[in-house]
Design a protein around this ligand. Structure first.
Ligand code: PNS
Length: 159
């Protein structure tokens, strides 16, 4: 039978424990999960693309069937390149729904064959976001409870 492939897209600046939980759950539903790290030249990032990819690889190293790839351009084009049947995204709260449903509508118009699957965040991680981690880190707060160990180490030892 054909492998069922999903893409978990994001900026992952940095990857958080919330992301890892969604990726882990996606890996139970699909044979292969490609974590797609968006290069997005329009956004300014705390970490460069190579670091975001490397930290995502370290964070997902123990999850079978997961690999990490950088992508630029349209998410649906990347999904088609990866032969993915679905995009998997996490929803933390009602404010995520508005933005995500708009992106879902556009992606569905661009590529009707690529389904979007939303997984609701577990309550323990529903308040965790990369932007909050960046903000706390900027203020020298400890972020280790929100991020994988490799990310915490990287943030403690800036380059
Ligand atoms: O972690 P983020 O920043 O919320 O991830 C956003 C991401 C990367 C999923 C989104 O910006 C995206 O899909 N970018 C690719 C460009 C694209 O396809 N844009 C149209 C989608 S509506």
């Amino acid at each position: 039978m054909e492998e069922r492939i999903a893409v978990c897209p994001g900026s992952f600046d940095p990857i958080t424990l919330g992301h890892v939980d969604i990726i882990r759950r996606a890996a139970r539903l699909f044979d292969v999960v490609v974590v797609g790290v968006a290069t997005d030249a329009q956004k300014s990032h705390m970490l460069d693309i190579d670091e975001r990819v490397q930290l995502a690889e370290l964070a997902c190293a123990d999850i079978d069937g997961v690999r990490v790839e950088a992508f630029s351009g349209l998410l649906v084009d990347f999904c088609q390149q990866m032969r993915a049947a679905a995009i998997v995204k996490g929803i933390r709260d009602s404010s995520d729904i508005a933005g995500e449903s708009r992106m879902h509508a556009i992606n569905a118009e661009l590529a009707p064959g690529v389904e979007t699957v939303f997984l609701i965040a577990v309550p323990q991680l529903a308040h965790v976001s990369s932007s909050m981690v960046r903000w706390l880190n900027e203020l020298d707060a400890d972020v280790s409870r929100y991020v994988p160990e490799a990310v915490a180490q990287r943030l403690r030892h800036p380059r």
